[in-house]
Design a protein around this ligand. Structure first.
Ligand code: ADP
Ligand code: MG
Length: 731
């Protein structure tokens, strides 16, 4: 009997790793950004006027005049055609979680019938994709189903290659006819703006030369790679991006021999291939290595300004999926493709950088810069403390629940790790009484952070890997983000809560100054209060431990294990005020977003439930019954030749065990279908999501348990689905 599994296994023996012609013999610097309409191409293809105007618009967010837009469009077209592009597209990031493009040709026919190639300012600035089927959370009624994509000049245009075709991609935001945002990018840009303003104001206490503060982001992308034919032989992987059944292999990650080990050659070729494509697009990839689980890997770029970094991460996720196919591999970005081994995350390293070249979260070298560092450092902790539930909501998804809710890195409890040395610094500040602060105060003058930098680094290299939000020397690392997520969600929350906290900080400090305090004293006073008010969010111990769950509960920290629960944080009065006051979302936009996220959650669980039912009934049970028949035949035969029953007790026991599993699976699949029907009838999305979470999803574990038991019993030759060991260890 030949199943898809068996032919995949056969083929695997024959796969010849695809060799990649690396960089056509060029250095990375020679190809880096070659497919990007960046600084160099702008200078070559734009008039001085257009170049200056575009640069100013990128730097200061100034509006671009129509006349200039025409010039930019024509320069961009000339460049793109030179590169071999025939089409252009507005590229955007709708709330479906993938990127979207609709290609238009440069080519058109004039009224006199002659064919020409055009691309003008109008086409550059705005498009109206037929976008009525993108999720909008009820914002757009169908009669007004117009959505517009609008050029975002802050992110450079680029060219993607698909086979031999080349397309000019113009990064855009996606908004409804009335300006309401329908994508990830629009709110991100607003949050970057809000943070810029609030941070510049606070910087002016220390340095009047600062005129811009940018949020920076360096993401670390984890992913799994498996053979494509194996993936295709698993309906769950095809439809859900993860396995819904499968017994853990005899060897998992317990030997820890995969982590940082030699990268398997076939995967290595794949990595080099997507890296090469990424470099052309200006994505500054820097590191690659194996991750903890077998078949799991990671890559990370050099950090960039958050809006560019978000685009680059989205582009890279697309690229990885596409390039994997060339190598007959499948790249799994899902947070939990395999049970029993680690899932995948996407650490978001976040910091703030000024246009004077200062990283605000890097300890300074002088008392003044130290105080500036301390200010931004403490404000971050305060922001996370006051908005921990929103941080949890920002990373909520059906996939990520497998990591956060389960006993896997990191837990659903948001806490901040800062290391031993900075804890001492904060304790020292906190212990001061007001009278003790004076201009010459040793705490201000001798925060001593800079002198102890070696110690600080030491402290942080040996850092706490279990923390969801850790200070790592010159940035905070938000580790709880899911591997498949668009980084914009956590970044919008991070930027907004920081902007809001900094605004509050400024107003608190100004009040004290008005009351007669010297600036430094006022700052220290407010910092001291913030340190003490936000103390309970700081945790230096093992975040995976049972003890921490109990301790966190005592401290009153939330521990929301599921998405439907976590998303409620967006609907509180405080959240609505936060987002509207900082002009990130209107209440309607926020409501629509929650609706979309809940719908997404429901759809994912619904698809998984259907697939699990299907796999159990149409793959597992038939194969099992098949095997059972073989046993029955053998038992009958032995009875026929008159053997004593005792001699084939094992066969009979197995038949009975199999029967028990079959009964439970059948019963549970039916119950699960009923639970789904009930859930679907509920009237609002919150209730539907709750029902899917609490009444449907629990069946997954039960059904899986019995299927996985059968995998250990049924004849290997008859088992229809590629097994974990085959997917994770064979190359
Ligand atoms: P790891 O966390 O694996 O030890 P690193 O600390 O070297 O690795 O860096 C992880 C990521 O953090 C990289 O993408 C890096 O570019 C990014 N990063 C470093 N400095 C900053 C910063 N100031 N702002 C944002 N990201 C940063
Ligand atoms: Mg890291």
């Amino acid at each position: 009997m030949s199943t898809q599994r068996h032919s995949a296994l056969q083929d695997l023996l024959m796969v010849e790793g695809k060799k990649v012609k690396h960089y056509s013999g060029k250095r990375v610097t020679e190809i880096f950004g070659s497919h990007v309409f960046g600084e160099q191409s702008m200078r070559t293809y734009l008039s001085d006027e257009a170049y200056k105007s575009l640069s100013a618009s990128i730097k200061a967010g100034q509006k671009i005049e129509r006349k200039i837009a025409d010039q930019v469009a024509s320069g961009m077209k000339a460049w793109a055609e030179r590169m071999g592009a025939t089409h252009f597209t507005h590229w955007f990031q709708p709330l479906t979680g993938s990127t979207a493009e609709k290609h238009d040709s440069f080519f058109t026919i004039k009224s006199d019938g002659t064919a020409i190639e055009v691309f003008d300012g109008d086409a550059l600035i705005q498009q109206e994709p037929d976008a009525s089927s993108f999720p909008n959370g009820g914002i757009r009624a169908t009669f007004e189903a117009r959505g517009y994509t609008a050029w975002d000049p802050s992110s450079p245009a680029f060219i993607i290659e698909t086979g031999y075709g080349k397309t000019l991609c113009i990064p855009t935001i996606f908004i409804a006819y009335n300006g309401e945002s329908l994508d990830y990018k629009a709110p991100l840009l607003k949050s970057i703006d809000a943070l810029d303003k609030a941070a510049v104001d606070v910087c002016h206490y220390f340095d009047k030369n600062v005129s811009k503060v940018a949020a920076t982001l360096g993401w670390e992308q984890e992913y799994f790679v498996i053979d494509e034919k194996m993936a295709n032989a698993r309906p769950d992987v095809v439809m859900c991006g993860r396995t819904l059944v499968g017994h853990a292999p005899a060897k998992g990650q317990q030997l820890e021999d995969h982590y940082f080990g030699t990268i398997p050659e076939r995967v290595f070729e794949f990595m080099q291939d997507f890296e090469q494509e990424a470099y052309k697009l200006g994505i500054p990839l820097r590191t690659r290595h194996n991750e903890v689980a077998p078949g799991q890997f990671e890559c990370a770029p050099i950090y960039e300004e958050a809006n560019i970094a978000v685009d680059h991460n989205s582009m890279l996720m697309d690229l990885m999926a596409k390039v994997a196919k060339r190598h007959q591999l499948q790249c799994l970005l899902h947070e939990k493709p395999f049970d029993g081994v680690n899932g995948s995350g996407k650490h978001n390293n976040w910091s703030l950088s000024t246009d004077t070249g200062v990283n605000l979260l890097s300890p300074g070298k002088t008392p003044r810069t130290n105080l500036m560092f301390l200010t931004f450092f403490v404000n971050t902790i305060k922001a996370v403390h006051d908005n921990a539930d929103l941080m949890r909501a920002a990373i909520a998804s059906a996939g990520n629940d497998h990591r956060l809710g389960a006993n896997e890195a990191p837990p659903a409890i948001i806490s901040v790790y800062i290391g031993k040395h900075l804890t001492e610094v904060l304790d020292a500040v906190e212990s001061r009484v007001k009278e003790k602060f004076n201009e010459q105060d040793e705490v201000i003058l001798k925060l001593d952070i800079h002198k102890q930098i070696p110690e600080l680094l030491l402290d942080n290299t040996d850092r706490n890997r279990t923390s969801p939000f850790a200070f790592t020397g010159n940035k905070f690392e938000f580790r709880a983000v899911g591997s498949e997520a668009n980084c914009a969600s956590p970044m919008v929350v991070m930027n907004t809560i920081m902007a809001d906290t900094l605004k509050q900080f400024k107003s608190d400090v100004d009040d004290l100054i008005k009351g007669g305090d010297k600036k430094e004293i006022a700052i220290m006073q407010v910092l001291r209060r913030y340190i003490s008010e936000s103390k309970k969010i700081r945790f230096e111990g093992d975040n995976y431990s049972e003890a921490w769950e109990q301790e966190a509960a005592k401290r009153g920290l939330s521990n929301m294990k599921t998405t439907p629960e976590a998303l409620r944080a967006y609907e509180t009065k405080g959240a609505k005020e936060l987002f509207t006051n900082n002009s990130i979302y209107t209440e309607r936009e926020l409501g629509a977003r929650v609706e979309i996220m809940l719908e997404d959650y429901v759809k994912k669980i619904q698809i998984e439930a259907r697939m699990l039912g299907y796999i159990a009934s149409n793959h597992i049970l038939p194969a099992t019954v098949n095997y059972q028949n073989t046993l029955i035949k053998s038992v009958k035969g032995m009875m026929e030749i008159g053997l004593d029953k005792k001699t084939f007790k094992a066969q009979i026991d197995t038949i009975e065990t199999i029967n028990k599993h079959i009964q439970v699976i059948k019963e549970k699949v039916e119950e699960m279908i009923e639970a789904r029907k009930k859930a679907n009838k509920l009237e609002n999305t919150h209730k539907v999501a709750d029902a899917y979470c609490n009444d449907v999803k629990p069946y997954f574990d039960t059904i899986r348990y019995h299927v996985d038991k059968l995998e250990l019993i049924v004849d290997d030759k008859l088992w229809p689905l590629p097994k974990y060991r085959e997917m994770l260890f064979l190359r």
